[in-house]
Design a protein around this ligand. Structure first.
Ligand code: HEM
Length: 267
């Protein structure tokens, strides 16, 4: 019988490094203030999910490059499910009143989600890149190196266009060798390919729909985050140095994959 004995040294706590994990929540307020624990844990949980999302997004890129449509779709489904959890988690933070947040806000000093390099890495992978976002992180740090790498790498949209080209669609060479550090601009030729896909190619039309889900899911998080910020700090500036909610509102309504939205009016 092939029934390996469980390794006696591996326990739940050892495998998951529970002692280390539980030592990482260190409130800075005196007392400490009750709600600071929630604030720390929710951000740490977000960062863990960001790590998992990057892991899965890298996988989607690799599966598209390997022309494995079915598994790319499957992985996108997982990503979308995680995104829904990320949006839902904001409900928990909204149980914290403005006064409860104020009880420890000063202790955050300049710390802000604005400085989340993993969030920027996701934006970069999805095509929203800026050199300034890289330069905000000190040279030589893990965050800076990760962002420099992702800045230079193709985006998910680039991997998708390469995939479509191998699927037999006539994607102009200019798109396949484009400067991947620049923004993804809407393009009439790509739109006509996408219209053909939606009309005649159900397999790839499904893939397109999952990309629209991803784009919408990301925007949904942004919208819910702004509303949460508005109800918690109103018109006050952010700890990260921006104008706060007015800045965050400028990030709303920007489609990651503009061609997929543009074609909807022409189908
Ligand atoms: C009480 C809770 C929160 C408040 C009041 C808040 C407030 C803000 C504000 C004002 C900004 C704008 C930048 C700045 O000047 O700081 C910002 C950006 C950001 N926050 Fe939050 N935030 C909260 C919770 C969270 C959570 C739980 C996350 C999850 C990681 C998060 C992630 C981000 C990200 C990624 C940005 C950058 C967005 C962008 O530049 O597009 N925030 N937040």
């Amino acid at each position: 019988m092939n029934d390996p004995q469980p390794n006696a040294a591996v326990t739940y706590g050892a495998y998951l490094k529970i002692d280390e994990l539980l030592s990482l929540q260190q409130p800075r307020s005196d007392g400490p203030e009750h709600d600071e624990m929630l604030f720390i844990i929710i951000h740490q949980v977000y960062e863990l999910w960001f790590k998992e999302l990057l892991h899965e997004l890298d996988r989607v890129m690799a599966l598209l490059t390997a022309d494995d449509t079915a598994r790319a779709q499957h992985t996108l489904k997982r990503i979308l499910t995680i995104l829904k959890v990320l949006v839902a988690q904001l409900d928990i933070l909204e149980t914290m009143t403005p006064l409860e947040f104020l009880s420890f806000r000063a202790r955050l000093a300049a710390a802000s989600g604005f400085q989340s390099d993993q969030f920027r890495q996701m934006e970069f992978l999805l095509g929203a890149k800026t050199a300034q976002a890289v330069e905000r992180f000190p040279e030589g740090t893990r965050a800076r190196r990760a962002l420099e790498r992702r800045y230079a790498e193709p985006t998910l949209w680039d991997a998708f266009l390469q995939y479509l080209s191998r699927e037999g669609y006539r994607v102009d060479r200019a798109h396949l060798v484009r400067d991947v550090t620049t923004a993804i601009e809407p393009d009439a030729d790509i739109q006509s390919i996408l219209i053909t896909i939606y009309r005649r190619d159900p397999k790839n039309a499904e893939l397109c729909e999952r990309l629209v889900d991803l784009d919408e899911g990301f925007q949904e998080w942004r919208y819910r985050h702004v509303k949460m910020v508005e109800r918690t700090i109103g018109t006050k500036p952010g700890t990260g140095g921006s104008s706060g909610a007015p800045y965050l509102r400028t990030t709303l309504g920007r489609n990651l994959f503009p061609d997929l939205w543009e074609i909807r009016g022409h189908l």
